[in-house]
Design a protein. Structure first.
Length: 555
């Protein structure tokens, strides 16, 4: 093996470096082995990543057993759920870039021979994948795992139920005591949010794209089997180093299309569009938002998961795990089984090892899909000439026509919903919440959950240049591009304007004459930035459109 780490650890001139490492227990024998960086997103600020220290210890055991030397380091993680609806949520998407940058810097600085990135909450997963692809040294992603479901009135609940209960309480449909009871029972321990929300969507993506060993992600974070999974990942990375198996050999156009099909088939999060665009860019693979429409059109929804379905994420594990999803997609010819995975086996070979639990109802048979086409659609029109995305899983609505209710920040829209100021037929417009305008493209689960809780999800539409949580469901349109802060047409919408949304036509339009729209945009003036310095100011100066994945690097 030709090891990067020898640049730092071997030879007479490297004696000073070895002395530092010997000070903390490494031996000459350790330093002659492949050095594997263990990028850990552990944090004490949320439950999603809370057990990752324990998992890192088991990964290191696996690395040592396979003949390597692990070196653990940390990067950041920001909870989408805890920061939701606050100024803090603006940091979430920004953190994806910081995570990618920090893993890249550590690996380039310490010249690791391989990387295992241990992830959980939403942005840690794509951030890790982006870093691995930039570095293009052997690397894999280990998902920490889902939380177990909470129990309330004899049924499973997830964090989605709390956000919707806030709206229900505000509308008088439940009492504040009932809201408190749901709050107290929803999160029984460590693990990422328990539906096919963004974390579990991206964990599914990592297995189907080949960066995570198949069969590892669906095991819940608190399940003792996760220790075995972690040790296994230590062995997988060592085999990858010995065979020189690199991420860009794995994340090809074929693999990315397999992952998009997985998002469509599982009713996954709209955030997957942003993240897969960003991942593709790091892999130097061409990918456009219209590719999601094409793949979704030919891929049925086969997995019955919240937020639109009946089951929670751990039910996928009980059904046999993500390999069963992979096998179903392969049998239906919705994916290409020739794609290489991080284990050295092909997608088809890994999927062939799937063991489906008899009688399971989570992953549907091919002849009984939930819907004939996938869970995402891309719309374009006078409001979104660069495109936008709508989730179709969990409802059958295809059109909406109504008056615009315009809000220049999320908090004002939330106040209108919870104070009964939104009415059936309305189209809620939340703007200046895009990548630059927010900055950081906040998720809107507080608002969308309140709409559902207020009983308005079937009669109200919402459009935004911001994002949605994976737990969002209803007739909700996100990632409007260009965003308002860049002078996109959404900046010209006025209270009472008619907005039409037609999924069948793939259109979203503002019902005013083109010349009126042009005159409004000519008169438009950009608002002052919310932040003049620091990380947000840097981000605003660099960030691209949502239609390009909201990346901060162009090449």
């Amino acid at each position: 093996m030709k090891l990067n780490s020898y640049t730092i650890t071997q030879g007479r001139d490297r004696a000073p470096a070895r002395s530092y490492l010997k000070a903390i227990g490494f031996t000459d024998a350790d330093l002659k082995k492949p050095i594997i960086g263990i990028a850990n997103t552990w944090t004490e600020t949320m439950n999603c990543n809370y057990n990752l220290r324990e998992l890192a210890a088991k990964v290191k055991e696996g690395v040592r057993t396979a003949g390597g030397t692990p070196m653990e380091f940390n990067t950041i993680a920001i909870s989408d759920g805890i920061t939701m609806g606050t100024e803090g949520m603006k940091t979430s998407l920004v953190s994806r870039e910081v995570i990618a940058d920090s893993i890249e810097l550590m690996a380039r600085g310490h010249m690791f021979d391989g990387i295992v990135a241990i992830v959980a909450c939403d942005k840690t997963i794509p951030g890790a994948a982006m870093a691995l692809l930039r570095l293009n040294i052997p690397g894999i992603v280990l998902y920490g795992g889902s939380i177990l479901p909470g129990r309330y009135k004899d049924h499973d609940i997830t964090i989605q139920d709390v956000f919707e209960a806030v709206g229900a309480a505000a509308a008088g449909h439940i009492t504040d005591q009932e809201l408190l009871d749901i709050e107290n029972h929803v999160c029984p321990g460590a693990g990422a949010c328990g539906g096919q929300f963004t974390a579990n969507t991206m964990a599914t993506v990592m297995e189907l794209i080949g960066l995570s060993p198949m069969g590892t992600a669906a095991v819940p974070q608190v399940d003792p089997r996760k220790y075995d999974v972690s040790r296994y990942c230590g062995a997988v990375i060592m085999d990858g180093v010995k065979k020189d198996r690199r991420p860009r050999q794995i994340v090809t156009r074929t693999a990315i299309e397999n992952a998009v099909a997985g998002v469509a088939a599982t009713g996954g999060s709209t955030n997957a569009v942003l993240h897969l665009l960003a991942i593709a860019r790091e892999a130097a693979v061409p990918l456009e938002i219209d590719d999601f429409q094409r793949i979704s059109n030919r891929t049925p929804i086969l997995v019955d998961l919240k937020p639109g379905g009946r089951f929670v994420a751990v039910d996928v594990d009980k059904a046999g795990g993500i390999p069963v999803i992979a096998k179903r997609l392969l049998d239906g010819r919705y994916v290409d089984g020739s794609a290489l995975t991080c284990t050295g086996l092909t997608f088809a070979q890994e999927a062939g090892k799937a063991v489906e639990t008899p009688g399971q109802e989570v992953i549907r048979p091919l002849d009984k899909p939930l819907k004939a086409t996938g869970g995402l659609a891309i719309l374009r029109g006078s409001i979104a000439p660069e495109g936008c995305v709508i989730k179709l899983a969990g409802h059958n609505k295809r059109q909406h026509l109504g008056p615009a209710r315009v809000f220049n920040r999320e908090e004002d829209a939330m106040s209108a919903v919870t104070h009964g100021q939104i009415h059936p037929g309305d189209v809620i417009v939340i703007r200046y919440e895009g990548p630059r305008g927010g900055p950081g493209m906040r998720e809107m689960l507080g608002v969308t959950g309140a709409i559902v809780g207020a009983g308005l999800s079937d009669s109200v539409a919402l459009i935004t240049d911001g994002r949605f949580s994976g737990a969002t469901h209803g007739f909700m349109v996100a990632h409007i591009a260009p965003e308002a802060a860049n002078g996109g047409p959404i900046a010209a919408v006025e209270e009472g304007d008619t907005i039409s949304i037609d999924v069948d036509k793939g259109e979203i339009n503002l019902g005013i004459p083109p010349e009126t729209l042009r005159s409004r945009l000519i008169a438009w003036k950009p608002p002052a930035p919310h932040y003049a310095n620091g990380v947000f100011a840097k981000y605003c100066a660099l960030v691209a459109s949502a239609s390009e994945g909201a990346v901060t690097s162009k090449f």
